[in-house]
Design a protein around this ligand. Structure first.
Ligand code: NAP
Length: 256
């Protein structure tokens, strides 16, 4: 029960990595504040988390692209939920795989509004309280895509390069406080991610993972749990992880 009594706020908790992190934290006895747009899927995560041992769960329907909704959600938390110990700033998505010069501008805006501006809005709303309370840990979901761009993915990769820089800047700006800042940077993880990227085209999404054993949401949750359970003076700056079938964003070994 390493997270007993801790309040963890997880964005993007209705699916994939966020939902898996909710389960991993639940098993450690955390109190979970879960946020996403799809209330039905969020309720499913919440009920599974209670079964797994979460001390309590509070769900918030939230679109991180709205700065006002994000600030309001934090300002209006019931007092027993206000003192967030761990923020997992995870909500994010990719849309489309197109050459930069033919890409859909709506896709670019959705990615930048969610992965960059949403990330900033959530951090801006939550971190001041951590500084005042003298405790806290911010975990940002970056990506291997933030380290190395791949063809037809420039805008998603740029959004994750921005997340990396924001995460590093936050760590610098929090120096002298006990608040820790960690970036978790995975390679290919099989979640709803590719289905969302290809606007619901399940076959196209399945091809992304064909012939490889991809990482799972649980693998990433395991890395997040490890980072947040180190001794208070240890700050894990970055965890970069891939499946054994992936070396970087450009090199993937597929079994035929
Ligand atoms: P996923 O299964 O599609 O889950 C994405 C989550 O983000 C969902 O819960 C979704 O919830 C939420 N979300 C998206 N837009 C949102 C918005 N505007 N407001 C609030 N919540 C929003 O994808 P995933 O793989 O778990 O991705 C989680 C994070 O990991 C993302 O930041 C992604 O970039 C990063 N990542 C993924 C991979 C990968 O290969 N899967 C690799 C590296 C990094 P609702 O739709 O219900 O709002």
């Amino acid at each position: 029960m390493r997270l007993k009594g801790k309040i963890a706020f997880i964005t993007g908790a209705s699916a994939g990595i966020g939902a898996a992190t909710a389960m991993a934290f639940a098993q450690e006895g955390a109190r979970l504040l879960l946020a996403a747009r799809r209330a039905g899927k969020l309720a499913q995560t919440a009920s599974r988390a209670v079964d797994r041992g979460a001390a309590a769960v509070h769900s918030i329907s939230l679109d991180v692209r709205s700065r006002f909704a994000v600030q309001r959600a934090i300002d209006e938390l019931p007092p027993e939920w206000a003192e967030i110990d761990i923020l997992v700033n995870n909500a994010g998505l990719s849309r489309g795989m197109d050459k930069l010069y033919t890409g859909r501008i709506e896709d670019w805006e959705e990615m930048i509004d969610t992965n960059v501006k949403g990330l900033l809005y959530v951090a801006r709303a939550v971190v001041p309280g951590m500084v005042v309370r003298g405790r806290g840990h911010v975990v940002t979901l970056g990506s291997m895509a933030g380290e190395m761009v791949y063809p037809n993915g420039a805008v998603y990769c740029a959004s994750k390069a921005a997340a990396r820089t924001i995460n590093d800047g936050l760590r610098e700006d929090l120096l002298g406080t006990p608040v820790r800042v960690t970036s978790i940077d995975p390679g290919l993880v099989e979640t709803e991610f590719s289905q969302i990227r290809f606007h619901g085209d399940v076959e196209k999404a399945a091809k992304v993972y064909k012939g490889i054993k991809p990482l799972t949401g649980e693998d990433i949750a395991d890395a997040i749990l490890w980072a947040v359970t180190r001794p208070a003076h240890v700050n894990i700056a970055r965890v970069s992880l891939t499946s054994i079938h992936q070396a970087n964003t450009l090199l993937v070994h597929r079994e035929s």
